[in-house]
Design a protein. Structure first.
Ligand code: SAM
Ligand code: SF4
Length: 450
């Protein structure tokens, strides 16, 4: 979501005549797009702002803007920071060029956030829709790929989560606008489109007599010439439209067999406290059902360890779930109390009763359990040929030198989201390639171009 907002803002600024630079030393304007999901992310922004305050001592005309969730959450408190000129929430990004132009000319501080985010006005949604449709076609952060938001916000109110309070209520975008946007992408070299939403499987839009669900969007997107792979994230474990989505995955070769379905915990007591509306047994049945319809489906999960009240037994229930779920990979987070969430309102920081060292120990233990599963799943690829959409140069080329033909190390992903590293010409970025897997590690498949 955040990367998409960064790309939208970048496109809007380019169109308004700004040019982008990666260096703060050269920049007249520095924008920081922020996330509020965990405290650590916000702390990093604050330390970055400390650094910018220092730079501004010698360059007082530099304009610094904070955009995104942290801007919405902290509002005027953030504007008080010496380094900050603009605070702009996620719903105000369509105004970003105006806000910057004003700040450059008038040297004043500006706050643009939504006062009551849970009551987002219709007009605001229309402005966001126009902005998204206009600038959502230039998203080339990863060659050959684009991300298209199909729904904004969330209505689920998981007890730990800040998203509903900084992104507002769930609003589904009209299918025509989404499909029109995707149709323009192949002309820009895009081969894979990922549909985005916090509970993307619950996408629903009534248009005339017809109600569109995510399966319809997947079907329509995969019918567009030039779009070869269609993915979607993140799904919420619910029955809503689940069968339809799996069916389109099974039927359409373009809809990738990949499902990101966070469970968060394996303990039913903790799931209830999290306000997640399923049990671990039901969740595992859902996975079994998915595998029955799409046998080679790759499933990824998210977990929070050290949630308030999580006992060792609760944690072991999570370990057990991870062993049974056989995820391709799982993202594991230590619980981070967030002001404003349901849990915070029920008792603030006092609720955070699992000691940091226990969270750390559980994090490491769960990672090790998942690593063993990932290692087994990855080994099954040995000697097999896979199709990859190449992303570009590997971020860790030092782990594997260039080959005899001087080809650097590239990285890409399969349709089922497995990461593949191999030597090849950089011109492959954004293209499909095939490689035979020669070696594996728990995180990566190492291949040779075929
Ligand atoms: N909508 C998705 C879902 O329901 O799973 C995920 C949204 S959230 C931005 C991404 C992940 O961050 C969640 O799956 C959860 O594991 C983690 N997360 C959210 N709030 C958290 C918190 N307060 N502390 C630690 N992890 C958190
Ligand atoms: Fe947060 Fe839950 Fe909504 Fe996901 S479903 S964004 S975890 S409130």
């Amino acid at each position: 979501m955040n990367k998409l907002d960064t790309a939208l803002v970048g496109s809007a600024l380019k169109e308004a005549g700004f040019s982008l630079t990666g260096s703060e030393k050269e920049a007249d304007v520095v924008l920081i797009n922020t996330c509020s999901v965990r405290e650590h992310a916000e702390q990093r922004v604050l330390s970055h702002l400390g650094h910018l305050k220092h730079i501004k001592k010698t360059r007082p005309d530099m304009v610094v803007g904070v955009i995104g969730c942290m801007a919405q959450r902290l509002g005027d408190k953030l504007l008080e920071h010496k380094a900050v000129n603009i605070v702009c929430g996620p719903a105000q990004i369509p105004q970003i060029t105006e806000l910057i132009t004003e700040a450059l000319q008038q040297k004043k501080k500006t706050l643009a956030v939504t006062e009551n985010i849970r009551k987002t006005a219709e007009e605001q949604n229309e402005t966001l829709e126009e902005f998204e449709s206009a600038y959502g076609i230039e998203d080339e952060q990863i060659p050959g790929q684009a991300f298209v938001r199909v729904m904004r916000g969330c209505d689920n109110f998981c007890a730990y989560c800040i998203v509903p309070y900084v992104r507002g209520p769930a609003v589904c975008r009209p299918p025509e606008a989404i499909i029109e946007q995707i149709k323009k992408l192949p002309g820009q070299g895009v081969k894979q489109v990922t549909l985005l939403g916090q509970t993307v499987n619950s996408y629903k839009f009534k248009s005339g007599e017809r109600t569109y669900c995510l399966a319809d969007l997947l079907d329509m997107a995969s019918g567009i010439e030039g779009i070869e792979w269609v993915k979607f994230v993140t799904s919420y474990p619910s029955e809503e439209f689940f069968d339809e989505i799996l069916q389109v995955m099974a039927d359409s070769p373009k809809v990738c067999n990949y499902l990101h379905l966070p469970a968060q915990s394996g303990s039913d007591k903790i799931l209830r406290a999290m306000n997640r509306h399923y049990s671990s047994r039901w969740y595992l049945e859902l996975l079994a059902g998915a595998r029955a319809v799409v046998p080679d489906i790759a499933i990824a999960g998210d977990f929070i360890v050290g949630f308030p009240g999580e006992s060792e037994d609760d944690f072991q229930a999570t370990v057990d779930l991870v062993k049974k779920a056989r995820y391709k990979n799982a993202f594991i987070f230590k619980y981070s109390p967030r002001p404003g969430t349901r849990l915070w309102r029920a008792g603030g920081e006092l609720q955070d009763d699992v000691a940091p060292e226990v969270k750390q120990k559980r994090n490491i233990e769960l990672l090790a359990v998942q690593e063993k599963v990932s290692d087994e799943l990855n080994r099954a690829f040995l000697g097999k040929e896979v199709k990859i959409l190449v992303e570009g140069l590997s971020k860790k080329p030092h782990l594997n030198a260039a080959d005899k033909a001087d080809n650097p190390q590239l990285v890409g992903r399969t349709a089922t989201d497995y990461i593949v590293v191999f030597n090849g010409p950089p011109s492959l970025a954004g293209q499909f390639a095939k490689a035979t897997i020669k070696r594996t590690s728990p995180l990566t498949l190492f291949g040779k171009l075929t």
